[in-house]
Ligand binder design. Structure first.
Ligand SMILES: NC(=O)c1ccc[n+]([C@@H]2O[C@H](COP(=O)([O-])OP(=O)(O)OC[C@H]3O[C@@H](n4cnc5c(N)ncnc54)[C@H](O)[C@@H]3O)[C@@H](O)[C@H]2O)c1
Length: 265
């Protein structure tokens, strides 16, 4: 698309995990708008197809596939899917993640393992598969990991397993960036603050609170944010385009906090 300058992604092929809704959908939308072909992969295959249909008019092509990043073979299968669909992989956005709110004193080993398998192990092995392919292609690549401000500072009780997994994402990003820098593969992370998404609104919807109580709780949350509002997926998506583009060619192993100033409080 004319006018995108160093942010132009025309001719690049990308994967966004968990791209059917929320932050992932926002990222898929902006990558395709910047010209990239995007494969949306998601546990919810139907929602992924629906998301691809909604983005059919973007300059980049958008396709969908079902995948569970927690599976041992997910990384290989996802990368193969992108190569079969578009011919190569240049950008991987590791966005798929879950954030069950369960205090550690009530945590089971099963749930703890599930959080780790999706949020950290899945991200690590998707990164491994993508980087291996990028090395064969010989023209570098960009990996963007969606971490959280909880990788830096805990936001609430009940997220000990989640915070540990996202802290892991932060250090994985740094170490893997070091490992693959010689191949011109950039590995960076974004740490979102509170973003209004399908996933983040689910606990409120199922809480038994009235619409008025939910509105008041959301407003109280927004008052703790210097910018005075919750984030929206597009706040993260625009930074993801930056990190996936040549504008970020001298950045690697970095974590970019996008939280409306929340961590300044
Ligand atoms: N929403 C926030 O406030 C917030 C804040 C910080 C970080 N994050 C991170 O951003 C990412 C996206 O969050 P969101 O709020 O958009 O979530 P969401 O629940 O709205 O959407 C997540 C998407 O990931 C998919 N998914 C879940 N498990 C999967 C799996 N095993 N394999 C493939 N796809 C899977 C879901 O089907 C869904 O489409 C997560 O990594 C989350 O931890 C979110």
């Amino acid at each position: 698309m004319p006018g995108w300058g160093p942010f132009d992604l025309t001719g690049k092929n990308a994967v966004v995990t968990g791209g059917a809704m929320g932050i992932g959908y926002g990222i898929a939308s902006r990558l395709a708008e910047a010209g990239a072909n995007v494969l949306i992969v998601d546990l919810d295959g139907e929602a992924a197809e629906e998301a691809a249909r909604k983005l059919a008019e973007q300059p980049g092509k958008v396709r969908a596939a079902r995948a569970d990043v927690a599976r041992d073979d997910a990384g290989e299968a996802i990368v193969e899917g992108c190569v079969e669909t578009f011919g190569s992989i240049d950008i991987l956005v590791n966005n798929a993640g879950i954030y069950p709110q369960v205090p550690m004193l009530q945590m089971t080993t099963e749930l703890f393992d599930k959080v780790y398998r999706i949020n950290l192990r899945g991200l690590a092995f998707c990164s491994k598969a993508a980087a291996a392919r990028m090395i064969v292609q010989g023209r570098g690549g960009k990996i963007v990991n969606i971490a959280s401000i909880d990788a830096i500072h805990p936001s609430m009780v009940g997220l000990a397993a989640y915070d540990a997994s996202k802290g892991g994402v932060l250090m994985f990003t740094r170490n893997f960036a070091l490992e693959v820098a010689p191949y011109q593969i950039h590995v960076n992370a974004i740490a979102p603050g509170g973003i209004a998404t399908e996933g983040s609104s689910r606990p409120l919807a199922g809480s038994g609170m009235t619409a008025e109580q939910i509105k008041e709780m959301t407003a109280a949350f927004a008052r703790q944010i210097p910018m005075g509002r919750m984030g929206v997926p597009d706040d993260i998506a625009k930074v993801a385009v930056f990190l996936a583009s040549s504008a970020a060619d001298y950045m690697t192993g970095e974590i970019v906090v996008v939280d409306g100033g929340r961590l300044l409080m």
